[in-house]
Structures are given as C-alpha cells and as structure tokens.
Unconditional design. Structure first.
Length: 349
C-alpha cells in the first residue's frame, strides 16, 4: 500500500488550457486531446476548455477525457490557483498578456503551442508547427519544427492501410480547404478543375467549418461526371484512404496529408497561411501561393505535373515520409514531461 501511495504522489499535475480559434480551426483542440490522452496514462491530467459548443467538447469526450468548462479567464484563474499544476499547456487561440499574468503566479512552467499573441512572451516555451522562414529576431522561447504536429491514431491507421500510390482510374483528386475557407477557395479550385478536359474523379470535402452556401458547388458538380460533394465533420480524413492528389489550404491540413503520404498541392487561404514554411517543395508539396490570386493555368499545370510524372509523385511522398511525422507524439510527450519534471533547458534546446 505504501508503494502505491508513493507512486501516486510523484505524479505531476498537467493542466491543458484550450480555446477554439476560428482562424486555426479545430485541430489545436485535437492536438490537446491527443497529448492529454497520451500523458494521462502516466500523470494527473486536467483539461480546461473554454465554452464553444458541443463540437469542441466531443473532441475530448471521444477520447474518454472530461474537460472542465470555463467562460472567463477570471474563473479559470481561481481553478488554476486551487490546482497549482506543475505544467500548463496552452493551445488554440492566441493569448493576451493579461490572461497569462493571471495564471503565471500559480504554475512553475507554462508551454504554449502555436501562440502568436503577446501572451506567448510569458511562456517558458512556445512550440510552433505553423513556423515561418527563419528570422533573426525570433523570440528565445520558441521551438519550431514539423515535430510540433501531434498525430491522431486515425491518421496513423490510414497511413498503414494505404498500400500503394498508383493512380486510380480515373485519378481521384480531393479538394479540402479546412478551417473556414474564408475566401471560398473550394469554389475557385473546383471551377478551375472542371476546365481540365481529361477523365478525373473529383471529390469536394465540406466540413463543419465551411462558411459558404454549397448550392453553387452543387450546380457545378451536376455539370461534370465523377464529381461530387462529400459533407462530413471529418470530411478530409474519410477521403484520405482513396485520394491520389489532395488540394488543400496551407495551415495544419498539409501535416495530415504528409502523415498519410499523398501528393499534395497547397494554396494559402490568407496572408497568415502564406507565411507558413512547412507546405513547400522541400517537404514534397507544390505550393501555389495566395489562393485568391490563384490562376487557372497554375493549378491545372500543378495537377498535370503530378498526374503525368510518376517520379514526381514518388518524390513528393518520399519527402513527406522522411519527416517521420507519425513519430511526433512520442517526441512531444517526452518534451512536455521534461518541462513537467523541470528537466528542460531552453539554452540547450
């Protein structure tokens, strides 16, 4: 009995604070849930989730996690002060200095993910998956790299199930602009693809965050054979099994594609995505720049390049797999445990 008590007593208290951001989409919540589940096997994990509807809650409950809901940082401060966690992990919305000042006195170590707000300056470490090209004035507390993308088990399963990257007949292109698609690149891309006079199967992924009417898409779909709309909360994920090429935004979605290993064309939904350095040629992607300025000839040429050249497709997939994104979870877990147990040294990192 004494041994059991001593084992329990050395567990670290890790608090995840998560808030949905319309700019970043639901992925940061998925990352927090994945990491919380992973750490919960060894440590005492608490998830504080800002109220944002049942979709956000389900991301955690689906993994048998019970988030503690809050409305304001003032009430969160009371709960954190009572808990006194060894580590706070913040993910989702960019933070403000005032928010972090309320929490800083009650926790030894604070780690943020992809925080581009002023509050990030008060974190011990800000882990960035949406990194830009290296700048001389990068803050000292930043760690960036493709390792910062936590991978859901369902993506790993899809990666194992895909046995070949040979083209289907006809080739299957999946169009998936996640995280809101503010400039309706879905419509723009589909319109350009329908002008290609070759046999193609095209599926347009429409998820819960798509902000536009689907009627115009439906009219276009009717005019072309083997073209359809697929509506689902996890639309892209359910299509990755069969996609030959994915056309998507330049936020977190390219990481999902690279985990599975599929030739991919990316277009930025906004200036913020335009700066993301991951979905570029050196990692196996064809990047078209800002989507709202995308020319028909550019996207058609990119599609034809991948369709006509097997070596180009193979190179794209090889570069994606060389990133070993499927192994990221253990890397991030080890890093967070180092922070929780105060084994970290930002200078050496």
């Amino acid at each position: 009995m004494k041994n059991e008590l001593s084992v329990t007593s050395i567990k670290k208290k890790i608090a995840f604070i998560v808030e949905h951001s319309s700019i970043k989409g639901y992925y940061p919540l998925e990352r927090a849930a994945t990491l919380a589940k992973l750490l919960n096997d060894e440590e005492s994990v608490y998830v504080f989730l800002k109220q944002d509807g049942h979709e956000a809650i389900e991301i955690f409950t689906d993994l048998q996690l019970s988030p503690i809901l809050f409305d304001h940082y003032s009430e969160l401060k009371t709960q954190i002060r009572s808990l006194e966690p060894d580590l706070i992990v913040q993910d989702g919305k960019d933070t403000l200095v005032e928010q972090m000042e309320q929490l800083r006195p009650f926790c030894k170590t604070i780690v943020h993910f992809d925080d581009f707000g002023d509050g990030a300056e008060l974190a011990d470490c800000n882990i960035i998956a949406l990194f830009e090209e290296v700048r001389e004035n990068t803050a000292q507390n930043i760690l960036s790299g493709s390792f910062a993308f936590a991978v859901k088990d369902s993506l790993k399963a899809i990666a194992k199930e895909r046995v070949s990257n040979e083209l289907s007949n006809p080739p299957h292109i999946v169009v998936a602009y996640e995280d809101g698609d503010e400039n309706n690149l879905t419509y723009r891309t589909l319109r350009h693809l329908t002008q290609l006079q070759i046999p193609l199967k095209i599926t347009v992924a429409i998820d819960r965050e798509y902000r536009h009417s689907v009627e115009d898409l439906q009219m276009m779909v009717l005019s072309r054979r083997n073209t359809k709309i697929f509506k689902d909360d996890q639309a892209l994920e359910k299509l990755l099994h069969e996609a030959d090429i994915v056309i998507c935004n330049a936020n977190y979605t390219p990481y999902k594609v690279a985990t599975v290993g599929i030739p991919c064309i990316t277009a930025a939904q906004n200036e913020r995505e335009l700066n993301n350095a991951f979905p570029r040629e050196h990692n196996g992607f064809i990047h078209l720049g800002l989507g709202r300025k995308m020319k028909q000839s550019n996207i058609q040429n990119a599609v034809m390049e991948l369709l006509l050249h097997e070596a180009r497709r193979e190179r794209a997939v090889r570069k994606q797999f060389e990133l070993e994104i499927s192994d990221n979870n253990e890397v991030i877990k080890s890093l967070l445990l180092d922070f929780a147990y105060e084994r970290h040294n930002m200078v050496s990192l």
